[in-house]
Design a protein around this ligand. Sequence first.
Ligand code: CA
Length: 229
Amino acid sequence: MTGRDLLLVEDEDNLRTMLEAALRHSGFDVRPAATGREALAEVAEAEPDLIVLDVMLPDLDGFAVCQRLRSDGVRTPVLFLTARDSTEDKVRGLTLGGDDYLVKPFSLEELVARIEAILRRTDGEARSDARISCADLVMDDDAHLVTRGDVEVGLSPTEYNLLRYLLINQGRVLSKTQILDHVWQYDFGGDGSVVETYIGYLRKKLDRTDPRLIHTVRGVGYVLRLPRS
Ligand code: CA
């Protein structure tokens, strides 16, 4: 169980420093983050095995971070840390895709035991649905490969991320703002026209045969799904 990568998200400096040292001492590789946005950036970059996520953070709270990760298709297990101790919060956290919940103050032994239990339970699970598909369009996330029918489609990194976001949310209409926010990340100051441009690229590369999968919903956004008959 050692040598696993943890992302530790905690805004209180003393507690974060102390937990980081203790978790390293228990054999984990630990990356610290102090805010929700930092956490999202770290997950994208470091792909940790588990996230220890404080609920009360200065920007996005832990639940928002978790929700964001799940809607991006990130299945990394999450252990929430919180000072609050209400059933409602617990249920909310678990419903949003958290895997466990620890109320402050807790002992280090308990923290390590919970982390190990989650890792044992979820081992291999995160990799199990690396293939996402809609009709004959298949994305293999492990191989970073996209095929339509039997034909391999070469995509730029941005095209790939856009297609992945559409595929994960297939059947759901996504606004340009949502797409910008998830595919171009939070610091992108551009407008919706870049989304239109890239949707155009995807259509040209992989949606010129029936059934058409990428649909424009006028005034709302885009959706990837089979055409309605
Ligand atoms: Ca906090």
